[in-house]
Write a protein that binds this ligand. Structure first.
Ligand code: EMZ
Length: 386
């Protein structure tokens, strides 16, 4: 198997049962695997809620490592609608030309630096700095702050090895507390200050609410973007013709951005908690038990996507759910898409080909399913364009 291949572990269960079952810290999860069922469940917040105990809709559950509710992610309408409206415009800033130009400058520097080396470890030496520096734009804070986040390594925001590593999670929560204090003392035009000054239902956001938005902003786009970027590099290393095609047909970049996120599905699934006894796809779901919306499975559903296991760079219709579906659709989606768009553009401009050297896959285990989501390490060589 090529390094850039990401098999679909859910196919058989999706076809035969439509659901999969897994245990997570003695709080089982029914995984919803079909595109259509998943979209129905995602819409149906009255039955499948997000506003459960903080951390419980995340799989693996984070109930033991945080008390702060992430906003607007862990809320349901109508509260969700009000909070989301507060932050929606801010998270659309990535679509502005100046933002895109700044991102292009950042990513060009990273690609140039990588191309000057004999070998680059992509996860820690390329995707992590890229994600961290780009985040300074999303937060609207000085570029230098990225160095702190890079120094934390890939595993601080979400400890992959042990889902319950409160020590690591606290590094982030304490940091955000300090930054909120700083923003209270010295207001600026950063996201912290903007949130501290926003009003919800005629009152200022509380400190805990501000913290809830900030944790989400840091954690939601960390490993997801790192995997998205790393996996795209692996793909282009294995498929030089695709890089060449992007160079010759830059108009397909928008479609390639969508196809990569569909194929890689950097976030495997997200949970919900049933408010009453119900069923999904004929499978009983008890009140107060969990389901998960398995984006990664739905994105390979052959009843929706032709040749679901192939990367079709210019796929015409692509109703993927890699950024979620319905009212909870990823707030960071514009930022993530811009990163990939700019990266593909810069690679086409500056890099002739990428040599795959070696790498270790990152495998997630969900009950009977083992899913490759990215790489623990990936070494490549970028060959500069002559
Ligand atoms: C949560 C989640 C949000 C969670 C869209 O996903 O991302 C995970 O990486 C975090 O661990 O807390 O923010």
């Amino acid at each position: 198997m090529k390094k850039s291949e990401f098999p679909d572990p859910f196919e058989q269960a999706r076809l035969e049962h439509g659901v999969g079952e897994m245990d997570d810290q003695d709080d089982p999860v029914v995984m919803v695997l079909r595109h259509k069922d998943l979209r129905q469940c995602a819409h149906n917040w009255q039955t499948f809620q997000s506003a459960a105990v903080p951390g419980r809709i995340v799989v693996p559950s984070e109930v033991n490592i945080r008390d702060t509710r992430q906003i607007p992610f862990e809320l349901d309408p109508p509260e969700h609608t009000g909070y989301r409206a507060l932050v929606e415009d801010w998270f659309r800033r990535p679509l502005d030309a100046v933002y895109e130009a700044n991102l292009t400058e950042q990513i060009s520097a990273i690609v140039e630096e990588a191309s000057a080396k004999d070998a680059v470890e992509v996860v820690g030496g390329f995707s992590l700095p890229l994600q961290s520096r780009a985040l300074t734009l999303l937060l609207n804070i000085p570029y230098a702050e990225a160095e702190t986040w890079i120094s934390w390594g890939v595993h601080v925001f979400r400890s992959e090895e042990t889902a319950l590593d409160a020590g690591k999670a606290n590094i982030l929560y304490d940091y955000i507390d300090r930054k909120i204090d700083e923003a209270i003392e010295q207001p600026s035009d950063s996201l912290y200050s903007v949130l501290l000054h926003s009003e919800y239902q005629g009152r200022k956001l509380t400190r805990e609410e501000v913290k809830g938005v900030m944790i989400l902003t840091f954690a939601g786009g960390r490993d997801t973007i790192i995997n998205y970027v790393t996996n795209a590099i692996a793909y282009l290393a294995d498929h030089t013709a695709s890089l060449e095609r992007i160079r010759n047909e830059p108009d397909i970049i928008g479609k390639a951005v969508e196809e990569f996120v569909r194929y890689f599905s950097p976030l495997t699934h997200m949970g919900r908690v049933a408010t009453h006894d119900t069923q999904v796809c004929g499978h009983a779901v008890k009140a107060d038990s969990r389901i998960s919306l398995c984006w990664a499975s739905a994105n390979r559903d052959a009843s929706v996507f032709e040749h679901p296991n192939d990367v079709v760079l210019d796929r015409k219709t692509n109703p993927h759910v890699a950024f979620g579906f319905s009212h909870h659709k990823c707030l960071g989606q514009h930022h993530a898409r811009q990163i990939m768009k700019v990266l593909l553009r810069v690679l086409a401009e500056k890099v002739q080909s990428i040599d795959m050297l070696d790498g270790d896959e990152k495998i997630e285990k969900w009950g009977e399913f083992e899913r490759k989501v990215g790489f623990e390490r990936l070494r490549v060589k970028f060959n500069k364009k002559g």
